[in-house]
Design a binder for this molecule. Structure first.
Ligand code: RI2
Length: 311
């Protein structure tokens, strides 16, 4: 599939999940470079930059997509010849895809140590990073009970209960608004992330912040499972995260509400760091306030300044 088809698939959410959209975007740019049959390095560079812009607008909230695309372009100086540029793009894309998959597995191993035998775990939406922790704990023989929210309006919870069943784990689904009612019976909340800001705030599926609030009220540990490429260098320089609002038809059919009625469909929200007990990454378990360190150490100071110097 070419860049255009991948970008369209991501914006229609046929391709979804913050890590998966980043991997598919890297793959699309790799194929763009491999399929180029011209002999003009500037033409290839133009095609890759055009592809980058198309991919970046497909899902504006998840920084994983931006970090994934940036990783593909790393070290592609303008002095490079055609074959050198092609090789670098392919190498970067392969490395990003490989490391991103390894990261999920490492998060599972590290996160499972925070799951106790007998824990009742609540998860929201469909996060492969959060599921990696849950499945790993199950594989290690821990007796866990898993509750999954439906995650309206896209209902990613249906994917979660299927993923769990495929791993041999039964689970219980609840409607999103039952989360606080259930919290008295929960021992641990595990969710994913689309973007983690430099102040430790976590952008994730709409409803995450309400669950975090309910967990905080009930003293239930609330942990975010996220690869380091979900941390946002842009927020370090003051940029705010755009909260994607999608078509109201994902919430109700037009004929279900009076013409005078509006329907709002924001699909992400922000959870402040004070409601987050830990962020489980592939480089370790960190407090949300260590997000700044992760951004600088994992993405590199020079890279940050370079990106912002072109503003
Ligand atoms: P992984 C998803 O967004 C959910 O918000 C999920 O928590 C997050 O991406 C991270 O998912 P959407 O694609 O990368 O369902 O952990 O809108 O799979």
């Amino acid at each position: 599939m070419g860049v255009e088809e991948i970008a369209a698939g991501i914006s229609r959410m046929e391709i979804r999940g913050a890590a998966e959209i980043a991997r598919k975007s890297a793959q699309a740019l790799k194929e763009e470079a491999l399929d180029y049959r011209g002999r003009d390095v500037e033409e290839l560079r133009h095609l890759l930059n055009r592809g980058k812009e198309e991919l970046l607008v497909s899902r504006p909230t998840a920084i994983s997509l931006w970090n994934g695309v940036q990783a593909v372009f790393k070290g592609t100086q303008s002095s490079m010849g055609l074959e050198e540029l092609r090789k670098q793009v392919v190498k970067n894309a392969d490395e990003f895809i490989k490391r991103s998959k390894e990261a999920v597995e490492i998060i599972g191993r590290i996160g499972s140590r925070r799951v106790r035998d007998g824990d009742r775990i609540l998860t929201h939406c469909n996060s492969k990073a959060a599921l990696s922790v849950i499945v790993r704990a199950h594989e290690e023989g821990k007796h866990i009970e898993v509750f999954a929210t439906e995650s309206r309006p896209w209902r990613q919870g249906l994917l979660t209960v299927k993923d769990l069943a495929e791993a041999g784990i039964g689970s219980t689904m609840i409607v999103d608004s039952a989360a606080r009612w259930l919290m008295k019976d929960i021992d641990l909340v595990l969710v994913g992330a689309d973007t983690i800001c430099s102040n430790g705030a976590v952008i994730n599926k709409i409803g995450t912040s309400q669950i975090a609030l309910a967990a905080h009220e009930s003293r239930v540990p609330f942990m975010v499972c996220a690869e380091t490429f979900k941390f946002s260098p842009k927020t370090m320089y003051g940029e705010l995260v755009e909260i994607e609002e999608r078509d109201s038809k994902e919430v109700v059919r037009p004929e279900e509400v009076p013409a005078i009625t509006k329907v709002l469909n924001p699909v992400f929200d922000a959870t402040p760091p004070e409601y987050i007990d830990a962020i489980i990454t592939e480089v370790g378990v960190i407090p949300p306030y260590a997000a700044y360190e992760i951004i600088v150490k994992e993405l590199g100071q020079d890279f940050l300044f370079e990106e912002n110097s072109t503003r």
